[in-house]
Ligand binder design. Structure first.
Ligand code: NAD
Length: 315
């Protein structure tokens, strides 16, 4: 018996890159898959038959799949994905929210369209699909073995310049995942997120791709296929986590620690501003972080020293 035999899975953005690999891996593990993809380009324009091509690949390998071309950014379109899973395969067990675009711009250069598309596809799209799935599961009642896997990003957890709405939407997806884990546990749903790194067309559109993800002659750690075993694990009964975010690139898997806080407590209850400044002066202006970027683990600090220097906050 395969790990996901008889399960019904949805993969959004399953027509290319990571989503295609996830859909193939879920089908190989026995799941029947709704491959959603509007067939767009990396910046969110255009349309095409990417979903149908992946469905054909799955069927050629003996699996079961059906294509859906809705945009996840459209609330009613997202509903059709869930409806199609139920109408075609009779149920719904696994959601992989993966659809994504990238329109990098600094906060000064950003357009309203950049913002609406980034937040629309990533945060609204992920929320919409989870909402419609949660409605279906609420109507059906609790059951075991349900899973949501959302797609955050290394830059959602450790943001970098020139991607404000992308980083913010990916951080929002990590937060949403932690909400879902608590809200949906009673329905038997585990919710986790991944922060992947892989050489897909999205990354290839970046000028720094060769530096971030160089091609090597031996084991190619940046192939998107390496990410999908984690998706199958998170979707399966083997998974013992909920509400967590996993970094993954080639052979490296990382489990992020959630936000934590350093506390200052005022002896008198109310903080006079000068006393607050004095107390805050005892804390370091930078936080040590263990980041996970393409290439693996980086031990560094935030904010970067150059940022503090630019503002004259350190010498
Ligand atoms: N590749 C990486 O290193 C990396 C790093 C961090 C996060 N991610 C995330 O992983 C996910 C997959 O990205 P990828 O690298 O495979 O890119 P990709 O461009 O190869 O695939 C993205 C797919 O999403 C589809 N899509 C876009 N908007 C959609 C919409 N509104 N509705 C339905 N489908 C839509 C596209 O048509 C495309 O097939 C994205 O969420 C991306 O942000 C990727």
């Amino acid at each position: 018996m395969r790990l996901l035999e008889d399960k019904v899975a949805v993969v959004t953005g399953g027509g290319n890159g990571l989503g295609r690999c996830h859909a193939l891996a879920l089908a190989a593990a026995g799941a029947r898959v709704v491959v959603n993809d509007l067939g767009g380009d990396v910046t969110g324009g255009g349309s095409g038959d990417a979903a149908a091509r992946v469905v054909e690949e799955i069927q050629d390998l003996g699996g079961q799949a059906v294509a859906n071309r809705a945009s996840v950014a459209d609330w009613a379109g997202a509903a059709t994905i869930i409806e199609q899973a139920v109408a075609t395969f009779g149920g719904l067990d696994i959601i992989v929210n993966n659809a994504g675009i990238n329109r990098p711009a600094s906060i000064a250069d950003l357009s309203e369209k950049d913002f609406d598309l980034e937040v629309g596809v990533h945060l609204k799209g992920t929320t919409a699909v989870c909402h419609h799935a949660a409605r279906f599961w609420t109507d059906r009642g609790p059951a075991t073995g349900r899973a949501i896997i959302n797609t955050s990003s290394p830059v959602g957890v450790h943001p970098m310049p020139d991607g404000g709405p992308y980083c913010a939407a990916k951080a929002g997806i990590a937060a949403l995942t932690m909400v879902l884990a608590q809200e949906l546990a009673g329905l038997g749903v585990r919710a986790n997120a991944i922060a992947p790194a892989a050489r897909t067309r999205m990354v290839m559109a970046s000028p720094s791709v060769d530096q971030l993800m160089p091609r090597s002659t031996g084991f190619d750690r940046h192939l998107p296929d390496h990410v999908s075993p984690l998706i199958v694990y998170l979707a399966s009964p083997l998974c013992r986590f909920t509400g967590r975010v996993f970094g993954v690139e080639g052979p490296d898997v990382a489990l992020y620690q959630p936000w934590s806080a350093d506390w200052l407590v005022s002896g008198s209850g109310h903080w006079p501003v000068e006393a607050l400044a004095e107390a805050l002066a005892t804390l370091p202006e930078q936080a040590a972080i263990r980041a996970f970027y393409p290439g693996g683990r980086i031990d560094t600090v935030f904010p970067p020293r150059r940022t503090l220097k630019t503002l004259g906050l350190v010498q």
